[in-house]
Ligand binder design. Structure first.
Ligand code: HEM
Length: 467
């Protein structure tokens, strides 16, 4: 019957898929259009005649600065176009909502759902945020941190020696791919264990996020009995066992790939960004003090254990100041409304709204930081000395320190990430002389894409072995 009524090609599988996909996309567009009508918020846009999509890709930084000054600073949320139009408008919230926002239950405001929408994870088959992987990072990683950190410095020497030879001559290096490899290898020790940590194919997979992770994890699981390790695979196996659930290779691969996505590029880009400041000719006095600090710790401790790393107070402060001014992205604490959500004062987010905190706004706001545009390497060290020694650290969380997010989903590996970054920088600063290849010894300008700000990945540096 259907055959008689419809043209032949409409029954072709491709045509059916096309219709189904288009219908879903149209339904999505309709839902988001409705959501944007329900959002009773000022709508921020470029108002100089060009409000094209391209401007949202290249110039969101300008618009977000305006949004902070005009709305957020005065306690008013705003909406703006999402450069991926199908996602509907995005919402930025002022800090007064952060406490309610970060504590809202996952069934209402969701971090995984935000990532699912933003990265079209269902459509492209990308590994999703998995509750189990986050759980083992939140529990087992934190418990095992001293043992894990104790091996990082030695591992740095082994890896960097292969990647940047110790020679007396200046060697030109584009550091980002090397940093990504180093961070992939360091994270692999934590998320996948020593076998995969030394497996170049696995590391390549993690760096390039390819589907091959499935095969690699499958091969690992297929390889008979695994000895006891202290890593994510082991912790996930134990977590599933304790709940009497089956951890299949495919599920394990999904957890592992998600952890690889979460861990490698953020750490590599931040390492590069901080190194750029350490090499800048305006920071040489601070660098000298950091080198003295490292020398003093090396005299006091036989090896780089967690207590030794905790003594890197100046490096910690420098790193935090560097990230304050050269943050990795404007948006943090990203959540999407699984159901319509209303804040205590009546602000309403329709179902499907993607909302976030503007991390960048407070970083250069004199309300939060004195003389905020000045790079003051010991700003946070002074705060630790005079206000609270346990706060204002690189990995600290507060309503203005949102580099690692906030609330339940705040990065569970932030202390691991901070310690690892420090040990990578200690290794680089004590092993090599490093300078910019160009004559001017100044950090290169950031690059921008949508609400991301990234250190320049193409800048060439020169390395030579320390005398
Ligand atoms: C300096 C490097 C890193 C930065 C800046 C960073 C930042 C973040 C941020 C902003 C979030 C979301 C928090 C929120 O929305 O409240 C997050 C989540 C997460 N990060 Fe990190 N991260 C870093 C390194 C790592 C590493 C090395 C790992 C693993 C070894 C990791 C594992 C995770 C996981 C599992 C989550 C999801 C937490 C959850 O679902 O509850 N991160 N991270």
């Amino acid at each position: 019957m259907l055959n008689e009524l419809l043209p032949e090609d409409l029954l072709d599988t491709r045509a059916i898929i096309f219709i189904a996909v288009s219908a879903t996309a149209l339904l999505g567009l309709y839902r988001r259009w409705r959501a944007s009508r329900e959002l009773r918020l000022p709508f921020l846009k470029f108002e100089d005649g060009d409000d094209s999509r391209q401007r949202y890709v290249a110039e969101s930084t300008k618009l977000l600065k305006l949004g902070y000054e005009k709305y957020l600073k005065h306690g008013q949320a705003f909406a703006m176009r999402n450069y991926i139009d199908e996602l509907g408008p995005q919402v930025y919230l002022p800090l007064k909502y952060l406490d309610q926002f970060k504590t809202a239950h996952e069934s209402k405001l969701s971090f995984p759902y935000f990532s699912e929408l933003l990265f079209s994870q269902n459509e492209i088959g990308m590994a999703k945020v998995t509750e189990e992987a986050s759980h083992v990072m939140r529990t087992d990683l934190i418990r095992n941190l001293p043992a894990i950190i104790a091996g990082v410095k030695d591992e740095c020497s082994v890896i960097f020696d292969k990647m940047i030879p110790r020679t007396p001559d200046w060697t030109p290096v584009i550091p980002y791919p090397i940093f990504a490899f180093v961070m992939a290898r360091l994270s692999a020790r934590v998320i996948a264990g020593p076998e995969l940590g030394r497996n170049e194919e696995w590391l390549g997979i993690c760096i390039s996020f390819t589907q091959k992770s499935m095969e690699a994890a499958h091969a690992l699981r297929a390889s008979e009995k695994r000895p006891q390790f202290n890593d994510g695979v082991q912790w996930l196996m134990e977590h599933y066992d304790a709940q009497n659930r089956k951890l299949t290779p495919a599920i394990l691969a999904e957890h592992e790939l998600f952890l690889a996505v979460a861990s490698i590029h953020s750490s590599s880009a931040i390492a590069l960004s901080i190194l750029y400041d350490l090499l800048d000719d305006r920071r040489q006095d601070a660098k000298k003090e950091i080198l003295d600090e490292i020398a003093a710790i090396t005299n006091e401790y036989p090896s780089w254990t967690r207590p030794a790393v905790a003594k890197l107070l100046k490096l910690d402060s420098f790193m935090k100041e560097s990230q304050r001014l050269h943050f990795m992205g404007h948006a943090r604490v990203t959540r999407a409304a699984r159901v319509p959500f209303t804040f205590g004062d009546g602000l309403h987010l329709p179902k499907g709204t993607m909302a976030q905190i503007l991390h960048s706004g407070p970083q250069t706001d004199p309300e939060f930081y004195e003389d905020p545009e000045t790079f003051d390497p010991w700003r946070f060290l002074r705060k630790r000395e005079t206000i609270d020694p346990y706060k204002f650290q690189f990995a600290s969380l507060s309503n203005v320190e949102t580099t690692f997010g906030a609330g339940f989903h705040a990065c569970p590996a932030r202390n691991y990430a901070a310690d690892t970054l420090k040990l990578v920088l200690v290794h680089l600063l004590t092993t090599y002389d490093i300078k910019y290849a160009k004559e001017e010894q100044r950090r290169p300008a950031e690059t921008y894409h949508d609400n991301a700000t990234l250190p320049n990945f193409a800048t060439q540096l020169l390395f030579k072995s320390k005398a």
